[in-house]
Design a protein around this ligand. Structure first.
Ligand code: AMP
Ligand code: GLY
Length: 427
């Protein structure tokens, strides 16, 4: 069987976990990661290229004879990297594991995704959208809305574009700042106002070739900085898989009401979509609703999903490229997996960088996925808010967590912080 050169875009814990999984495939010849991190450097060759510098990505693809491009995050997809590749005769033969620019709008525009769900009767919170043009209607709407009120900047806002207002005044203030003061630039020129849903969230991932799809293991992430789900939203402080309630009747509803109509809806609208559809769901009294779509894997969900996926990821990507994902049957590792994210003190606000890290050689029984780290003078230093994802297997979620927490205590750097209650609902 032939083997493939792969270029993976990104530099977080998600990309370290994807690189770890790709490296295990016999089909993977050379693995490049742009820009990568010290964790990915142990699995392949890091290239010092920005994920949105399409011209330099093109040059690297030609120089290294890349067969597969895997964008880890949303930025390059929303900016149209798929279309850039398909419109270039020198790049057209490359399998791009990600949607077209139009497909990436499922994540890139909240208003687009809401209208899409409406057209396909996919359960989601009731909503209205507002711009400068109907600003006054928006204020009236907010004043009559039941509390709490969810406001979302339409475009990408690095996870900061959602406000859950507990009072009408707070809602009006947030709405005004988003639209009149362009708090998130173009991203908040349009605002989606929606009903607040109460329930437990989970992340479901479909991998699709546009026609067929397979479901990866599901996961639950812990977004808030503080224990007991308190404080500011972060990129994610930890994750578990499997999610105990994600089975039987509930998962049948997820598939019938959400996943299948989404994939069929994309196909029926001729939206080119090859890659991951990430469903951010909420379980409202046994019924699933979509909170958001993303067009890529989750971080830190990937750090538990990849360890529990027994299939060869590179083979899956090739089958996707051939439109033959129906030939893949997903196999789950029966064990549970968890990941605990070590972060820098101050995150998700401002935080220091450059703190020397230690303890790597003493940490056993977990997989250490680098997130925000760098190498300097032969040492590993902190280089981001989320620093290291400590993933472990266990017969139960609690067993897996015990291993991760053991190693979380062993890794050292100044200002280390982590949540000690990942998986708390399932004790
Ligand atoms: P999003 O960026 O759309 O995922 O929103 C960020 C977070 O805000 C979600 O993970 C939820 O915890 C929360 N959220 C968003 N929309 C709603 C909603 N309609 N009801 C309740 N919580 C929500
Ligand atoms: N962990 C949530 C996300 O990746 O968007």
């Amino acid at each position: 069987m032939s083997s493939y050169n792969i270029l993976l875009l990104g530099s977080g814990g998600r990309e370290n976990a994807l690189a770890w999984k790709m490296r295990q495939s016999k089909l993977c010849k050379e693995l490049f990661i742009a820009p990568g991190n010290p964790g990915t450097a142990q699995l392949g060759s890091n290239l010092n290229i920005s994920i949105t510098d399409f011209e330099r990505i093109k040059d690297a693809c030609i120089e290294y004879k890349i067969d597969i491009l895997f964008p880890g995050g949303e930025d390059s997809l929303v900016a149209g990297i798929y279309d850039f590749f398909m419109n270039d005769p020198q790049l057209q033969h490359i399998i791009v594991a990600g949607p077209s620019k139009e497909g990436a709008q499922l994540e890139g525009s909240k208003a687009f995704s809401k209208k899409f769900m409406e057209r396909h009767n996919i359960p989601t919170a009731a909503y209205r959208e507002f711009t400068e043009d109907n600003f006054e209607d928006g204020i009236t709407y907010l004043q009559q809305h039941s509390l709490p009120i969810v406001l979302k900047a339409d475009g990408l806002a690095a996870g900061k574009g959602v406000v859950i207002a507990q009072s009408h005044q707070e809602a009006v203030d947030a709405f005004t700042t988003m639209i009149k003061e362009a708090q998130f630039g173009d991203a908040s020129k349009k605002v989606v106002v929606e009903q607040f849903l109460t329930g437990v969230e989970l992340s479901v991932f479909a991998f699709t070739d546009g026609k067929n799809y397979v479901l990866l293991p599901e996961a639950k992430d812990y977004k808030r900085i503080g224990e007991g789900d308190t404080g500011l939203n972060t990129g994610g402080m930890g994750a578990i898989s499997p999610v105990p309630f994600a089975q039987g009747d509930f998962m049948n509803k997820v598939v019938e009401r959400i996943v299948t109509p989404t994939i069929n809806g994309l196909a029926s609208e001729n939206i080119i979509y090859n890659g991951i559809v990430f469903f951010g769901l909420i379980n409202v009294d046994g019924d699933p609703f979509v909170i958001e779509y993303n067009c890529r894997m989750g971080d830190p969900e990937t750090e538990v999903v990849m360890p529990r996926l027994e299939n060869d990821l590179v083979e899956m990507i090739i089958k996707m490229g051939e439109g033959k994902l129906n030939e893949i049957t997903i196999q789950h590792d029966k064990r549970a997996a968890c990941t605990v994210m070590l972060v820098s003190e101050g995150y998700p606000g401002s935080y220091p960088k450059g703190k020397v890290m230690g303890g790597f050689d003493k940490a056993h029984g977990s997989i250490l996925f680098h997130a925000g780290t760098a190498s300097k003078d032969g040492e590993i230093i902190t280089n981001g808010g989320r620093v290291l994802a400590i993933t472990s297997y266990g017969n139960t979620i609690q067993d897996a967590l015990a291993s991760s927490y053991h190693n979380a205590a062993i890794i050292e750097y100044a200002g280390k912080y982590y949540r000690r209650d990942i998986g708390y609902e399932f004790k």
